[in-house]
Design a binder for this molecule. Structure first.
Ligand code: GLN
Length: 468
């Protein structure tokens, strides 16, 4: 419509700002809405027409990704007034492609959580049912996409934070291979696991966004040199003869029966499209929660040491310099972040390091081995994205372990560093969306996107929208 001049850039973004005005009080998806910034940008963009598919496209960005001149809070009091002096690589690439930033979306503080309830500012609601969480930590991005408050959004995924909220909100969420997308400007939580990725309404948009944000970046030493396939070009919808592995460990007792049912139906559908279904094993799956929560908290305790009131962010003064550190951190961090700093500090401390951190690092190699073995037999792996559908707000906040266990289906993917996408595969009897996780080998995003596309085209799930 932009290319055909049926709609102007201003009209398009204005429509989304109107939508945000109308529904964001209900979803609480945004932390910052950047209307003035967007219209200034549109004035510039309108003068330089472009053929780029993202030209003039209004997107939202998770509030742990630095945007120059626009507040980036990580939904934490410690960064409540932080305005980054630089642009993250992903948003710089989006700017070059001509996108329009609508605003920054809510998250669990510092991306630590699975429900967006630990934001210091507001609790995001699931657009399908206001008494349920949208998942997390990219709950704001997933809810904004599902409620039509933006065309698509960026999230970040350390242990499931793109895929789980996408699953809970009935949208598409992709976590790329570790290293595929630059982390420069993503506020670090657990650096060896963090990846940025797209949350979209359909698979094609996911491929389109991934194309723009991917690629080597010398400002992130862990970004990969791998060449970029044509992600949208790989969407043929043909999966004949492709081998799909179904790991036994993901269909056990802890998985809700309605979720299992939807995933099994999806497997049947995929088989009917000409794919071959193979039963496989990922034997170390049961250790994913323990391994992840030691590594992620250890890295977090180290990464979050930088918030001390000295260079940027909140400063609460005190008598001595050390009082200032203590007061700032005591006031600035919320309960879950403090819990993780303590867990991580403990796991890294002398005397415990070998028993916890080192052991978890050793265990991590087993997840890599599990996937390497599996990908000798199959091209793609299918699992549920989550063990249940969106839970009620407040249901798990009193019991952190229960919250951590909710991540069981997504964590091994981050530990191994492989890519995975979540797409809608049905609804439970309460009308809540169910997600299908499609996992690929290293740098095989093109393959999982095509598998997701083939399935998406053969079903109607994406057409159902929340009534909000
Ligand atoms: N839910 C997981 C956690 O709490 C994952 C978070 C994430 O991927 N950022 O750590």
């Amino acid at each position: 419509m932009i290319t055909g001049k049926e709609v102007s850039l201003k009209e398009l973004s204005s429509a989304f700002f109107e939508r945000i005005d109308k529904v964001d009080d209900k979803t609480c998806a945004f932390v910052t809405v950047s209307k003035d910034y967007a219209f200034k940008r549109i004035d510039v963009l309108s003068k330089e027409r472009s053929e780029n598919p993202l030209y003039g496209i209004p997107l939202a960005v998770k509030d742990n990704i630095c945007t120059k001149g626009i507040k980036t809070t990580c939904s934490s009091k410690i960064l409540e007034d932080f305005i980054p002096p630089y642009e993250s690589t992903v948003t710089e690439k989006l700017l070059n492609a001509g996108y329009v930033l609508l605003g920054k979306t809510n998250l669990d503080e510092f991306a630590m959580g699975s429900s967006t309830e630990s934001s210091a500012f507001r609790i995001t609601k699931n657009p399908w049912s206001p008494d349920r969480t949208p998942g997390g930590s990219s709950g704001g991005s997933a809810a904004a996409v599902a409620a039509d408050e933006c065309i698509a959004a960026l999230g970040s995924d350390t242990g499931g934070s793109i895929r789980q909220p996408a699953s809970y909100c009935g949208v598409v969420g992709l976590k790329p291979t570790y290293g595929r997308v630059s982390r420069y400007g993503l506020v670090a939580f657990a650096s060896s696991l963090d990846q940025i990725g797209p949350i979209t309404k359909n698979v094609r948009d996911s491929a389109l966004l991934l194309q723009v944000i991917s690629g080597h970046d010398k400002r992130d030493s862990t970004s990969a040199l791998e060449s970029l396939p044509d992600f949208t070009g790989s969407l043929t919808g043909d999966i004949k003869g492709v081998k799909f592995g179904i790991p036994e460990e993901y269909f056990t007792e802890g998985i809700d029966s309605e979720v299992k049912e939807c995933v099994k139906n999806a497997v049947k559908k995929i088989e009917s499209l000409g794919a071959e279904i193979v039963e496989i094993n990922l034997p170390h799956t049961e250790y994913a929660v323990a391994t992840y929560y030691i590594l992620a908290t250890s890295e977090a305790s180290s990464n979050l040491a930088r918030y001390d009131g000295v260079k940027y962010g909140l400063r609460v003064s005190g008598k001595e310099l050390s009082d200032m550190y203590l007061n700032t951190r005591a006031r600035g961090f919320g309960t879950e972040v403090k819990r993780r700093i303590m867990l991580g500090t403990y796991a890294l401390s002398s005397g415990y390091y070998d028993a916890y951190y080192k052991k978890a690092q050793q265990a991590r190699t087993l997840f890599i081995k599990d996937f390497k073995e599996a990908f000798k037999k199959v091209d793609i792996i299918i699992t549920p994205t989550t063990p249940d559908t969106a839970f009620k707000i407040g249901e798990k906040t009193e019991d952190p372990l229960l919250m951590y266990l909710n991540d069981i289906c997504t964590l091994s993917v981050n530990l191994a560093g492989v890519p995975a996408i979540s797409i809608p595969c049905g609804f439970d009897s309460a009308g809540m969306p169910v997600g299908l996780q499609i996992i690929g080998n290293y740098f095989a995003e093109d393959r999982i996107l095509n598998a997701a596309y083939a399935y998406e085209q053969s079903v109607e799930w994406s057409k159902r929208r929340p009534a909000i």
